[in-house]
Design a protein around this ligand. Sequence first.
Ligand SMILES: [Fe+2]
Length: 356
Amino acid sequence: MDIHVLVIEDDIAYGEMIREALRHYGYQVTLALSATSGLDIVRQQPIDIVISDLNMPGMNGIELAQRLVQMYLDIPIVLITGLHDLSLVKKALNMGVSDYLIKPIKIDEIPVVIERNLERKRLESHRIQENKAHILFKTIKALLRALDAKDPYTSGHSQRVVKLANKMADALNLTDDERFTLTLAAYLHDIGKIGIPDNILQKSASLADYELRRAKDHPIIGSQIIGEIEELADVASIVRHHHERYDGTGYPDGLKGEAIPFFARIIAIIDAYEALVSDRVYRKGISREEALREIERNAGTQFDPYLTKIFLNIMREEQTSVSTPPEDLNSDKTPAIETVPIHSPLPEEKAKNQSH
Ligand SMILES: [Fe+2]
């Protein structure tokens, strides 16, 4: 990718000399003859780094740096200065200036300074991103605790869905960003249960039709909660569609096949499997192999057949592998008892036959 350098220098000959040298090194360069016209250029086009003379008539380099900071433009600015101005430059470093070059400039030093400052900026934004992700996960854990407090029977379910989602992410070779989205969706898929009345969530008897309808609102409520966070629009859509069925008979929108978001199709399989092997208030979870057969039976109707195949491969390979014994998802003994109609990813007729 081209790196765009803005050079601001009131001495035309000197500015042109820097511009030509930088072009020689492969940079895209724009030359401005004053700080004011430099700011105009910054407003109009993406600039990666600014190299500016310190002393210029009108606005000087330090004032320029302050203006860039005020504009929330995170562009590194390197000042060109004489030795006599060095004490001023050191002050400027505290005011938003990133680095400096001392006249007479050695031309081969400029690319080193440019790369050093761009790398520093890259590391800084990476740190900020990591920090944001960390805070996001903490917020999500707090939300999940709120759900656990309301519905202790589902405690641990999301964590186990996350574990399986990570295995699918490995098998599908997902990028880091895709993995992040899938993991968040796995954690949050049932967060909408927060909006379902306790007497429906915790009912151990069969739900009446109107109660079932309320319970089936949880994907919509969940996507509305997550939808409040603009950056998580993808996650909100997965949450909304995690109870859709591949044949179009699921809820809330009756989406069919590829129209269902890819990650929602993954969560649907994992969610169903996890519900099948987990103990519930009215029955013990079924065995791992029985659950896998149940998932297999519903490939093409309830579940995406391609993703089902991948899921079954992962689970069966794990089971037959001598070096890695199958992981028992119930081994942490977290109560994972759920009320079927709310969370049931089972085929409709099976769900109806479940006794609570
Ligand atoms: Fe659900």
